[in-house]
Design a protein around this ligand. Structure first.
Ligand SMILES: *[C@@H]1O[C@H](CO)[C@@H](O)[C@H](O)[C@H]1NC(C)=O
Ligand SMILES: *[C@@H]1O[C@H](CO)[C@@H](O)[C@H](O)[C@H]1NC(C)=O
Ligand SMILES: *[C@@H]1O[C@H](CO)[C@@H](O)[C@H](O)[C@H]1NC(C)=O
Length: 282
């Protein structure tokens, strides 16, 4: 009991004080609505779709979730969702359906349908969206998250590297280092999942992205590399991580797929796993 109490205190003490809690949009009537917005970033036109909870309350600090599409994808495809039996993801990576109107979603469009992040331009795009959204809407600035599959996972990783003080946690589905990593030595809570049969971005690439944050978060590497349990995924919660910076790794035996299910289930496990990971922070 005493140990538990001590760890809870440690966890609370570890929440970085650089985070302010409420965005400047709190307490003000909003002007933003559910639609596509455009912004000029480094002279280029950039688009994103915004989704605000039903019955938005200007005095409630919401979670803010960035959802980045895969290569060849688009913001609209993330909003609509794609066939999960054909390697697609559920709408908003399945998070909006379980968020119960507790989160604002930002869905960006990549240049050339990807996240090359040339010269950090996609991170600058993130900075711009964050500023606009938080000046207008009420966000708990301790609770900003980023997720994506494949190239979208790579972009979430790039943000974890470059914006560790802005991003509370990432969920990286079958990702790799494709959008760079400017930084990567400061801790960010990290959820990753990857298939051992990934034919697009092999498992070694996923592991090296993970291991960047195993190191940054001060976690202990397990004695042996976690393996899938047949057609079931195996979740490993790393031990020894700095308080407030957990790391969870889910290994499965599938291919490059955001909608992998466990044996006998038709429900992809990424949404519930990611949401559970994000909502451990309050
Ligand atoms: C943030 O907003 C909540 C809800 O309106 C309020 O209870 C809390 O005091 C605010 N926190 C700060 C630091 O202003
Ligand atoms: C959804 O959110 C509402 C309002 O915050 C709350 O009253 C309700 O219990 C929540 N429902 C679930 C299933 O969590
Ligand atoms: C994984 O892919 C990378 C990049 O294509 C390649 O360099 C590496 O050899 C591959 N590793 C394995 C184990 O196949």
């Amino acid at each position: 009991m005493r140990g538990l109490f001590a760890s809870v205190c440690l966890l609370l003490a570890a929440v970085p004080s650089v985070f302010a809690a409420n965005s400047t949009g709190c307490g003000k009537p909003k002007t933003l609505t559910n639609k596509q917005y455009s912004v000029q970033v480094n002279g280029k036109n950039r688009n994103y779709i915004l989704n605000i909870p039903d019955n938005y309350d200007q005095n409630r600090p919401y979670r803010l979730v960035f959802t980045w599409h895969q290569r060849g994808g688009s913001a609209q495809k993330i909003v609509n969702g794609e066939d999960i039996t054909k390697g697609g993801a559920l709408p908003y990576y399945g998070l909006k359906a379980i968020a119960n109107n507790s989160a604002i979603f930002v869905v960006p469009d990549g240049l050339n349908s990807g996240w090359g992040n040339s010269g950090g331009e996609d991170v600058t795009f993130f900075d711009s969206m964050l500023k606009t959204v938080e000046a207008d809407l009420c966000v708990n600035t301790n609770l900003r998250f980023s997720t994506g599959f494949s190239y979208g996972g790579a972009m979430s990783y790039a943000l974890a590297c470059a914006r560790p003080e802005q991003i509370r946690a990432v969920a990286i589905l079958s990702g790799a280092e494709l959008s760079g990593c400017s930084g990567g030595s400061k801790p960010v809570a990290f959820y990753g999942q990857h298939g051992t049969s990934d034919s697009v971005l092999n498992i070694s690439m996923g592991r090296s992205v993970r291991d960047k944050f195993v190191a940054a978060n001060g976690c202990t590497k397990p004695a042996s590399e976690p393996q899938p349990n047949g057609a079931n995924s195996v979740k490993t919660v790393y031990s020894g991580c700095k308080a407030g910076y957990p790391l969870t790794w889910v290994i499965h035996n599938g291919d490059h797929n955001p909608s992998q299910t466990n044996s006998g289930s038709s429900t992809p496990f990424a949404p519930a796993n990611s949401w559970e990971f994000f909502t451990q922070f309050t």
